[in-house]
Design a protein around this ligand. Structure first.
Ligand code: SAM
Length: 258
């Protein structure tokens, strides 16, 4: 039946995603830098500046992997109150939860946190979990971010419904994702880059062509900017908008739970 077929495809996808990130965890940060010529750092900066983090906030970064977004949120909160080093009283209520389905990615993140001297900070938690079934309470978060993660979840609608559920009223949803380029000529160049260069780089640097081929295919299959914005709205969010970066190579979608 078509349902049976769908079921198998979904199981395959979950397994594939699991394998991809287990096998790339150790080379993940390096590959990110290479593939995006370090642009992903600027994109994440932009994401976090849109979040506008504040001392005392409860924030959830889903598919948080090796901690890139969480570290930025924390650093921004510290800089908001102009106090380097230890947290002030309000800041002590700050809590950033990094949730990821893959323990290998989280372990890399924990190690990086220790290297940055964050092991004394009690405001960072690393939690293994699925974006589609979060273990956090309803209305418990001021912010929710997901960077380069939603493309990998099996049911996007479920992840969006969970994002909506865990946010407080007034809470902000932000999603950074590789999206669809719609600029002539640049689109053709980008196609060559993603179909030929990325898998070859994956093979040479990470020794894993298949995972990076999967990455490129998953970008093609992901809904375009407008369609995705509509899905966010359907999940209940308001004031949904998006910003394209580098002609739509990536997009940042946002919404509020009002
Ligand atoms: N957000 C990090 C960043 O921007 O560097 C990591 C992005 S990485 C491309 C995608 C992450 O999504 C991986 O760490 C993977 O384990 C995680 N992931 C995939 N499916 C997930 C799911 N259903 N729930 C939570 N995390 C998931």
């Amino acid at each position: 039946t078509s349902f049976g077929y769908k079921q198998v495809r979904e199981e395959e996808k979950s397994k594939l995603v699991g394998n991809v990130f287990s096998s790339v965890a150790s080379s993940y940060d390096l590959m990110n830098d290479l593939m995006s010529v370090s642009l992903h750092k600027l994109w994440k900066d932009r994401l976090v500046s849109k979040l506008n983090p504040f001392p005392g906030m409860k924030h959830l970064d889903v598919a948080g992997g090796t901690g890139d977004v969480a570290f930025r949120v924390l650093e921004r909160i510290k800089s908001v109150s102009h106090r380097a080093g230890t947290l002030t009283d309000t800041e002590e209520d700050t809590h950033i939860y990094v949730c990821d389905i893959n323990p290998n990615m989280l372990n890399v993140g924990k190690k990086r946190a220790a290297e940055r001297g964050y092991n004394g900070e009690h405001c960072l938690s690393w939690i293994q979990g699925d974006a589609e079934a979060l273990s956090f309470e309803d209305g418990s978060m001021d912010g929710y971010t997901i960077a380069f993660g939603i493309r990998n979840v099996t049911h996007i609608e479920k992840a969006l419904a969970e994002a909506y559920r865990v946010l407080k009223r007034g809470g902000r949803f932000l999603c950074l994702e590789l999206s669809h380029v719609d600029v002539p000529v640049f689109k053709e160049i980008y196609d060559v880059y993603s179909f030929s260069v990325v898998p070859t780089m994956g093979e040479l640097v990470a020794g894993d062509r298949q995972s990076y081929q999967y990455l490129v295919e998953s970008i093609r299959r992901f809904p375009n900017q407008e369609k995705f914005a509509q899905m966010i709205q359907e999940a209940g969010f308001q004031r949904v908008e998006y910003e394209n970066l580098v002609g739509g190579v990536v997009a940042i979608h946002s919404g509020l739970k009002l």
